[in-house]
Design a protein around this ligand. Structure first.
Ligand SMILES: *[C@@H]1O[C@H](CO)[C@@H](O)[C@H](O)[C@H]1NC(C)=O
Ligand SMILES: *[C@@H]1O[C@H](CO)[C@@H](O)[C@H](O)[C@H]1NC(C)=O
Length: 427
């Protein structure tokens, strides 16, 4: 991407989002980047009980017939970015954050049937909440360290064109993390020090001691991907730290444009339903925008980095046909993702963050309303979604268990009609 000299970037005010309807196929299971992207085009959701910036939750459905690349703001051509003077505000420290006691946020983003709408909410989110961290950081950190040493470039890689963007992302984290999590990170001359591990992440040596995305990967619990707009108006996946994605591999998707990421995975209705609005959304995203959304799926092994039940990570034959039929309930896990999307001010590159929240179903089912709602959500999946999610291998065991737990909750007096007062999506 060509970066031009700084001047005011007077772009669109609103975030565009759209109902994205698609029916994933088994062939697309290893391509959650699609889902991530699709997600950002979906219906913006009602406010949560959490803080957010005001006023920008409006939806906009682009009129039919917009041409694919005609959304360029007046003062910029496709692939040209005028560095924005916007600076991410210094975040307030996360109150009482502790690597021992701060629990993972309890995202439970499934909805009651009977109808399953393939629409996923994006929410405007407070700048302070760019990166979420909790007491699972040590586990994530260790899993990532093993991946980095065993798989290296297969998981963390920056193509030359994305180098400035990756360095910028690293800088942004070096700036953000010590303010937000002062008990975990401290600024030092070389960059940033992890006070728990003692490790220094260096963003100042020339050349840098490692691929900047590898450093990015070590710093947080998130996986991160960088997409860059080229003069053809398309967005290319050119850097990533994809260490704990469970079902997809960076090596398969690196270098691909958005449309190919989708069509190669066979996403139905992509061309007619998704493409235009998706590109429009990307084009309009400003450095000042920050959105998040949630997603979930089930996994029947407890391997956070890679779901071994769909096959060996290095195999070319991946799919639910490898999975054990009717695995015991102890193997069932919810893999819930909190995804974030922002645009870096200097390079104009788009950054996706993906924080995975991973919990055994036997733990979740103890929570009020959760077994009943999850069972209802699973029953609302149609055939296409079910085969995509591998439901047939685990649903018998899972639904029986969830129904039982739900019945127990009702028997001990849980009031279903109070649920809406007690919780709100995505919780
Ligand atoms: C390292 O990151 C800090 C914080 O963002 C930044 O101020 C500094 O310029 C960076 N150093 C280099 C050499 O890029
Ligand atoms: C996100 O949700 C969609 C729709 O339920 C699903 O098909 C997809 O697998 C999910 N993606 C991830 C990464 O969990």
């Amino acid at each position: 991407m060509v970066v031009q000299r700084e001047h005011s970037y007077d772009c669109f005010q609103e975030i565009c989002s759209l109902v994205a309807s698609f029916t994933p196929k088994i062939s697309s299971i290893f391509t959650p980047i699609i889902i991530i992207i699709t997600a950002f085009l979906s219906v913006s959701y009602a406010t949560t009980q959490y803080r957010k910036r005001s006023g920008k939750n409006n939806l906009e459905t682009p009129p039919n017939g917009v041409s694919l690349f005609d959304e360029t703001p007046k003062d910029r051509s496709p692939g040209v970015w005028n560095p924005s003077s916007f600076r991410w505000p210094k975040p307030a420290p996360f109150a009482d954050w502790s690597i021992e006691t701060t629990k993972p946020l309890p995202y439970r983003p499934f909805k009651y049937g009977p109808k399953y709408f393939v629409t996923m909410g994006i929410r405007n989110t407070n700048y302070d909440e760019w990166i979420e961290m909790d007491n699972e950081f040590p586990r994530f950190y260790r899993e990532k360290a093993v991946r980095i040493s065993e798989r290296g470039q297969k998981c963390c890689r920056t193509l030359p064109e994305a180098f400035p963007a990756a360095v910028e992302l690293l800088e942004e984290l070096v700036e953000y993390l010590p303010s937000r999590y002062p008990s975990l990170y401290e600024r030092v001359d070389k960059g940033i020090k992890n006070l728990w591990s003692g490790e220094v992440i260096d963003n100042t040596s020339q050349p840098l001691p490692e691929d900047p995305m590898q450093s990015v990967g070590r710093l947080t619990q998130d996986d991160m991907a960088i997409l860059i707009e080229r003069p053809d108006g398309d967005y290319y996946l050119l850097a990533g730290a994809i260490l704990l994605a469970g079902f997809w591999r960076l090596e398969d998707k690196l270098g691909m444009p958005l449309w190919e990421i989708h069509t190669s995975a066979g996403v139905p209705h992509y061309r007619e339903k998704l493409e235009k609005s998706m590109y429009k959304f990307f084009r309009r995203l400003k450095a000042e925008d920050f959105v998040t959304r949630n997603n979930y799926t089930l996994q029947i092994d407890d391997n956070l980095p890679w779901s071994v039940s769909v096959g060996d990570e290095d195999s070319n034959d991946l799919g639910w046909h490898h999975a054990e039929q009717d695995p015991p309930i102890g193997k069932h896990h919810l893999r819930s993702e909190r995804q974030s999307l922002r645009r870096l001010p200097k390079s104009g590159a788009i950054v996706f963050g993906i924080h995975t929240y991973f919990s055994p179903i036997t733990e979740l089912a103890k929570e009020d309303y959760v077994p009943g709602r999850l069972a209802s959500a699973i029953r609302s999946w149609d055939e296409t979604i079910s085969s995509y999610k591998g439901t047939y291998t685990y649903e018998k065991v899972l639904l029986k268990y969830l129904d039982e737990k739900h019945r127990e909750q009702i028997q001990r007096g849980l009031k279903l009609e109070e649920e809406d007062q007690r919780r709100r999506y995505p919780w």
